[in-house]
Design a protein around this ligand. Structure first.
Ligand SMILES: [Zn+2]
Length: 101
């Protein structure tokens, strides 16, 4: 019987380890999320790489809600600055006698 092969299609060498990969079920703004776990057989080289990438994926999903909050705050700050600038420009037009004639 042939031993199981690494699940990386370009590799296909003998499996030396089982790698558990947790995939986020959804990419939403919530800070809590659920995962779907799969276990794949991999050679030593690809096992390490799959584990590293799976951890990076979970970290990105964990960081998502905080990053979205930063973006929302930046958008709100930009909106407030634009409103303030628009109000200052209207005040300048009035002081200069600009506007409707
Ligand atoms: Zn491999």
């Amino acid at each position: 019987m042939r031993p199981p092969r690494c699940q990386v299609p370009a590799c296909r060498t003998a499996v030396t380890q089982a790698v558990e990969i947790e995939l986020p079920v959804a990419w939403e703004a919530s800070s809590e999320f659920t995962v779907l776990s799969v276990t794949v057989g991999a050679c030593e080289e690809h096992g390490f790489e799959l584990d590293r990438r799976a951890r990076a994926l979970l970290q990105a999903r964990s960081d998502l809600s905080a990053l979205l909050r930063v973006i929302e705050a930046a958008v709100e700050s930009d909106r407030q600055l634009r409103d303030l600038l628009a109000a200052c420009l209207v005040g300048t037009e009035v002081a200069d006698g600009g506007g409707a004639r």
